[in-house]
Unconditional design. Sequence first.
Length: 242
Amino acid sequence: MTPIAAPSPNFDARRAPPDMIVLHYTGMASGEAALERLRDPAAKVSAHYVVEEDGRVFSLVPEARRAWHAGVSSWRGQSDINGVSIGIEIVNPGHEFGYRAFPQAQIAAVIDLIADIRSRWTIEDAGILGHSDVAPRRKQDPGERFPWRELAAAGHGLWVDPAPAPGPPLDLGDEGLGVAVLRGALRRLGYDLPSAGRFDNETAIVVRAFQRHWVQRRVDGVADGDTRARLMALARLVAPLA
């Protein structure tokens, strides 16, 4: 795979090597429109790569430089996500312009690109994330149609398939130990959510982001048994926060 050069002026210096990959959808009417915006100095946004629906890969910013793709974001206590990540924009109209399935040629190209990136940088499976993971209050991409399970089966990213946990769902207004455990596990996995014992609107927003990645059959912010079991299994796979 040889990316097509399409340089963007929108980047600056890194302060540390990248240890994350953040996946986005372009959320625009066409790939051409997205490339134009990501290369426009006035837009002040960019990504390292754009992957078209037909599998073509465009290189916009050198990996050793800091592209401007994540915006206000956080993961496992790190707030400068741009400074520690490589951003990949995947062409798709997104929820605003007619969200649709990602073509197989495009996903194959994304998998190959991630493998290529990981051959140069130390990026753990737990560091392969969606924009909605690092910015759950603002973003939905790459969304619930993105095939995270297929990506993990190819060796990139975390995935688990545990049996559902017993007990009723946790929802808005619930309080107690179960909610505290839920919020603690979301925080341990990486989401920016303080430990607390009440299921508030912030909890629902983060649960919805978790579901977009790992429980795609439901994206409603309600922590049912499947959501809770997947969360606890994933939280056990990552190191505790300092």
